[in-house]
Design a protein around this ligand. Structure first.
Ligand code: URA
Length: 291
């Protein structure tokens, strides 16, 4: 059987994909799918950068030429092995052999002093992220709103209630996962984050991901999706792209699988998107059960 069909059939058999055709953009590291233990994803900082560049030059192939996924997939398999062999290395100041929680706390303290953009001047509280930093999954939202700015916790307002109930409906316990945002300080009046703000804050998210080393990321809404995937492959005019074209498919960021879905706040205005969101989160839950 042609390898692509075989892989697709395997994904169906393993119930990672549903019957509907899901276009897989980016590659799936098949070697990592069956891992039961949560081995930590390692690389040096420079390694990440060169991997990023590889993705940049390979990005268009992923989008346009389905068959190339196969040979790209093999590259990723050997890349996976390389990452395994670098397991014990120290990354840009983060010793991945150390406990996750103290490292996350130390990073939180560091970010408290961040003045990389003006948002820190207006915020009440930094909203760094919360939940279980030892989780295999990280949910990434956009930016804190009023309630989050007051409490210092992500997704505690109406969007947060929506998120909690959607997670619950697919069997994911909110307290068992880690939740953060692309932007750690509230943009005034809940305006959209500016590209410059997302770029300057991205370093902190990237460090969170290095420490937590999740197997899966679920991006909530277009800002987090395009900001994260924009670091893998340039997404031109990404602000104007539609999340509906990206959701429910599997991407990769530094070897971590990424599944974008709608932002829970958007569901308050577009209840017709709930069904698709539940379908995306159901897929996320299935993938989570396998790591
Ligand atoms: N919306 C977000 O994207 N993040 C929050 O923390 C709250 C609302």
């Amino acid at each position: 059987m042609e390898l692509r069909k075989f892989v697709y059939q395997w994904l169906l058999n393993e119930k990672i994909l549903g019957e509907k055709t899901i276009e897989i953009v980016g590659t799936i590291s098949l070697d990592k799918m069956d891992k039961k233990t949560k081995d930590r994803q390692m690389d040096t900082k420079d390694g990440h950068l060169s991997e990023g560049n590889k993705h940049l030059s390979e990005g268009d192939k992923h989008l346009s030429e389905g068959d190339k996924h196969l040979s790209e997939g093999n590259k990723h398999l050997s890349e996976g092995n390389r990452q395994e062999s670098m397991k014990d290395r120290q990354l840009g100041g983060i010793d991945t052999q150390k406990e996750v929680r103290p490292q996350i706390t130390a990073l939180n303290k560091l970010v408290l002093g961040c003045k990389k953009c003006d948002l820190h001047t207006r915020r009440n509280k930094l909203v760094f992220g919360n939940g279980n930093p030892e989780s295999s999954i990280v949910f990434i939202g956009e930016a804190p709103g009023r309630e989050e700015d007051e409490s210092g916790l992500p997704f505690v307002g109406s969007a947060g209630k929506q998120l909690t109930s959607m997670l619950k409906s697919v069997g994911i316990d909110r307290d068992a996962v880690y939740i953060t945002n692309i932007i750690k300080c509230r943009p005034p009046g809940n305006r959209d984050p500016l590209p410059a703000e997302m770029n300057s804050c991205f370093e902190w998210l990237d460090k969170q991901l290095e420490i937590i080393a999740p197997k899966l990321i679920c991006t909530l809404g277009k800002h987090s999706t395009f900001s994260l995937l924009g670091h893998v492959k340039p997404l031109e005019f990404h602000q104007t792209l539609s999340i509906s074209k990206f959701r429910g498919k599997i991407y990769e960021y530094k070897g971590i699988k990424v599944v974008p879905t709608y932002h829970p706040a958007a569901l308050l205005y577009h209840p017709e998107w709930k069904e698709a969101t539940i379908s995306d989160l159901t897929m996320v839950k299935k993938m989570l059960d396998r790591v």
